[in-house]
Design a protein around this ligand. Sequence first.
Ligand SMILES: Nc1ncnc2c1ncn2[C@@H]1O[C@H](COP(=O)(O)OP(=O)(O)OP(=O)(O)O)[C@@H](O)[C@H]1O
Ligand SMILES: [Mg+2]
Length: 239
Amino acid sequence: MADAVVVLRNVWKSYKEGDSIVTVLKNVSAVFYRGEIAGIHGPSGSGKTTLLRIIAGLERPDRGEVIVDGYNLNMLDDLGLAMIRNTVVSYIPQDYGLVENLTVRENVELPLLIAGIPKEEREAKVREALEYMGLLPKANSYPTRLSGGERQRVAIARALVTTPSVLLADEPTANLDWENAIKVAEMFKRIRKDFGTTVLIVTHDPRILEYVDRSMNLMDGILKDKLTSLTGYTHNIYA
Ligand SMILES: Nc1ncnc2c1ncn2[C@@H]1O[C@H](COP(=O)(O)OP(=O)(O)OP(=O)(O)O)[C@@H](O)[C@H]1O
Ligand SMILES: [Mg+2]
């Protein structure tokens, strides 16, 4: 039986825009399984980032249930959400969210500092994550000195250092050339193979959509599983 790691049940989210209310997510329900790589695409403004931020516990839905690796996010207070962000789920924003005046090593260490991990363990984990991403030679560099591909790899290392069950990547290849985009896609496959991580990727990039097990479309607030609608969807992990 596949292990459901992210469960969304009847999720609604609206924002106020001046006097009117825009409903971004309309009754979104979905299940993502352990070790699955899913691509979510849809027009600009369709709510893709909002959806990832809700799964990451960075925003709360107006209604509906979000369960991430057994944690019902509705039941957690802000401190609880901060805790799961540093252990269970990692979100990589589109602009990578690196702190410019910290080195690569310090950027990757940040989530462990926040989680209160002791120094020795932190150093070992940071080294491991940097090595895994091929970043040891850049450990003492500042983000502004790095190429786009390297910055993206630092963001992935920082997301991985807490060994989350779920990795959320927002447009991870938007600023990368062909070669680096393929490298990132290969990297997500390697991460899934090595750690059994569930990876949800928001992307418009057809190069990335070739790498995913399942692609979903978010439009007019409704999330559709493309394979379900086309073929009845047979679950295909580790493809
Ligand atoms: N904090 C906020 N306050 C008000 N409106 C917001 C907020 N965050 C998002 N929105 C609105 O919600 C809608 C969806 O935004 P979101 O960023 O989730 O879209 P997206 O699919 O990620 O778009 P893009 O492809 O351009 O990144 C947009 O209309 C946006 O203006
Ligand atoms: Mg977005």
